[in-house]
Design a protein around this ligand. Structure first.
Ligand code: FAD
Ligand code: NAP
Length: 338
């Protein structure tokens, strides 16, 4: 195990927070992962399992062990006339997998194009975009149970996949390290065209999967900052899910408010709430200098000043407070805070 000390994490998180890891290890195999977890247990160290670092906020230096997952590999497990089963290791880049799948004629991931991060993290918040979530293609998840130090498989039905949520953020939080996943893809295209922004940009009724993927990439490119140029962690707050009563009260006050019916109530657009509260294109001053929100999408907090996590969380508190005061809605931060 190649254990490193006091490792700068600025290049390992897309918000570019300049925090340090007390210990850091890159793992390339199942046995290295077991060794790393055992080390953290013997030393009673907190663990941070790291993929692409695109959905975390480092509140301060990490006084524990960062385990950076580097396992690679994409394997065709089985292929029928319609169904294709693919196994993918946790350390593969998600978007590279989407592009590779398209090049092989394996469909189902096109709406999830251009999402940063690695494959191992994709089930954690059940990644989703443009009306598709990984839940629609996930087969099973395989990884290390840190309580037993044994590897085991978890079926999709046991993953408790929900809106930006899964068992890995709930009862298995910090207790299971995903090392690879199986995806059930299709040789037959089945376009999901439910988002107006995508439909408008496509401008055709029967696009190919390749065209959908390209269009998603273009639309995202226009609306979202590239973390390599402007550090960010994507949507900073989750879209709130509210009861029908709250939805009706708000809709009466704000007839233009976008909202979508869900199985248990209504989903509101957090980006719209922030924009109404005046946060779009915010540029911080004083203690918030170097921080802001993106000009094209208020929901994306940006960190051009490479500020520390405590300043990021201060701005998050101010935004939450203003949305609470104006709409009575308690926003939740989407990335995991360490
Ligand atoms: P990390 O940030 O490294 O980790 C996130 C969390 O998962 C951490 O708690 C970490 O410990 C845990 N984790 C990571 N890997 C594993 C593993 N193998 N086993 C166990 N735990 C693990 N998300 C969406 O859902 N849809 C989008 O459209 C989207 N767009 C984005 C756009 C931008 C510009 C950015 C910056 C982010 C966006 N995100 C989006 C958020 C993010 O990209 C995804 O959540 C992604 O899956 C995170 O992957 P990662 O490898 O970077 O995870
Ligand atoms: P958008 O298309 O402008 O839509 C704004 C919001 O409206 C989104 O949050 C989306 O919810 C919701 N929405 C739009 N059409 C909908 C429909 N037909 N049914 C249900 N909900 C609908 O959003 P955007 O900011 O440009 O992002 C595009 C997509 O990429 C979205 O799916 C978004 O979630 C995803 N994305 C996610 C992140 C992240 O970090 N999590 C970052 C960037 C983009 P949903 O968010 O639930 O889809």
């Amino acid at each position: 195990m190649n254990l490193q000390h006091n490792v700068p994490l600025q290049d390992y998180n897309t918000l570019a927070v300049p925090a340090l890891a007390r210990y850091f290890v890159a793992v390339h195999s199942e046995s290295e992962l077991q060794e790393a977890v055992r080390f953290s247990q013997e030393k009673a160290l907190a663990r941070l399992v790291l993929g692409g670092g695109s959905n975390i906020v480092l509140a301060s230096d990490f006084d524990g062990l960062v385990i950076y997952l580097c396992m690679k590999g994409i394997t065709l497990a089985s292929s029928g006339a319609e169904r294709i089963k693919v196994g993918v290791a946790a350390g593969e880049n998600w978007d590279a997998l989407v592009q590779y799948s398209l090049s092989q004629g394996w469909y189902g991931l096109e709406n999830l194009s251009a999402i940063p991060g690695n494959v191992g993290a994709a089930p954690i918040q059940n990644i989703g975009a443009y009306g598709v979530e990984i839940s629609s293609v996930l087969g099973s998840v395989y990884g290390l149970d840190v309580d037993t130090l044994q590897y085991r498989q978890i079926e999709r039905s046991e993953c408790e996949l929900a809106y930006r949520d899964s068992i890995f953020k709930q009862s298995l939080k910090d207790r299971f390290v995903i090392t690879h996943i199986d995806l059930q893809l299709s040789a037959v295209s089945a376009p999901v065209l439910t988002y107006p922004a995508l439909v408008e940009a496509l401008g055709e009724k029967e696009p190919t999967p390749q065209r959908i993927a390209e269009t998603v990439r273009q639309v995202r490119g226009q609306k979202l900052p590239n973390p390599a140029e402007l550090p960010n962690a994507g949507s900073f707050f989750k879209n709130p899910l509210v009861s029908e009563t709250i939805f009706r009260e708000l809709k009466a006050r704000y007839p233009d408010m976008p909202a979508w019916a869900t199985a248990s109530g209504y989903k509101l657009a957090a980006g719209w709430l922030l924009e109404q509260a005046g946060w779009r294109g915010f540029e911080g001053e004083g203690e918030l200098s170097g921080l802001g929100t993106y000009s094209q999408q208020a929901l994306v907090m940006i960190n051009p000043g490479r500020c520390l996590g405590n300043a990021i969380l201060k701005l998050a508190d101010q935004i939450k407070h203003s949305v609470q005061t104006r709409f009575g809605i308690a926003l939740e931060i989407e990335p995991r805070v360490y």
